[in-house]
Design a protein around this ligand. Structure first.
Ligand SMILES: *Cc1c(COP(=O)(O)O)cnc(C)c1O
Length: 223
């Protein structure tokens, strides 16, 4: 199977999951995660009409995407990996959406860069639903307070929430928790679900799923 075949198979699986969950397909966006893959490997997906992509590293993305954007101006790029506050400018130059807002220092840096650049990236707060020490994201018990600070102190407009559940646990309770936090904070967008669990995420209300290996194939190195 080519990458384009796997994109089509993934889109078919997504459509089936939407039907099974009585969800409207147009409320679910497939983000194709292209980290570690070259522009050469990404291009067939753009040729096939796909426009929404995710990367987890600012530096890698800022090397790869400007040339692709020149040829495909209407593409949409999501940052789904951790963001150091000193990379905020580069991130906002490269990405349309930042899904990894998770601490006040970063909220401050993003607000500063928005007012300087007049660019308005879409913003998701990442929640560390499994409270894993090594993982990025705001802790669930601190989420309401952090969301309030983003909105009231930094005047940031938030779209929704993102999570990456612990690898060795059932994902469903984490997706349900993310939805609960989003609901009580009036956030409508949920970025959850990856290659192995996007169907469950769709059942639980995902509006963005982030699919990498199922489309791109195995990555050569773990990131
Ligand atoms: C790599 C990555 C994905 C895609 O993972 P797959 O299992 O390859 O689908 C999704 N979300 C985040 C945050 C990632 O880093």
């Amino acid at each position: 199977m080519t990458i384009t075949d796997r994109l089509n198979a993934t889109k078919a699986a997504l459509a089936l999951a939407a039907t099974d969950s009585k969800r409207d397909l147009k409320d679910i966006t497939l983000i194709c995660v292209t980290k570690t893959f070259s522009t050469h490997e990404i291009e067939p997906l753009l040729e096939a009409g796909h426009r929404v992509f995710g990367e987890n590293r600012v530096q890698e993305a800022s090397g790869k995407w400007p040339s692709l954007r020149a040829s495909y101006p209407n593409l949409e790029l999501h940052l789904i990996g951790p963001l150091q506050s000193n990379k905020t400018r580069e991130a906002i130059e490269t990405f349309d959406t930042i899904q990894s807002l998770d601490r006040e220092k970063l909220a401050y840096a993003i607000a500063e860069e928005i007012s300087r650049s007049k660019k308005h990236p879409k913003l998701f707060v990442q929640i560390n639903t499994g409270a894993e020490p090594q993982k990025a994201g705001t802790l669930p018990q601190e989420a309401d307070k952090f969301i309030k600070i983003c909105r009231e102190t930094y005047n940031l407009k938030l779209e929704g929430l993102m999570c990456v559940p612990p690898v060795n646990e059932q994902a469903a309770p984490h997706f349900a928790l993310l939805r609960e936090i989003a609901c009580r904070n009036n956030l409508t967008q949920l970025s959850m679900g990856m290659s192995s669990d996007f169907e469950i995420a769709i059942q639980l209300g995902a509006t963005f799923v982030r699919v990498g290996s199922k489309i791109m194939g195995q990555r050569d190195y773990v990131t």
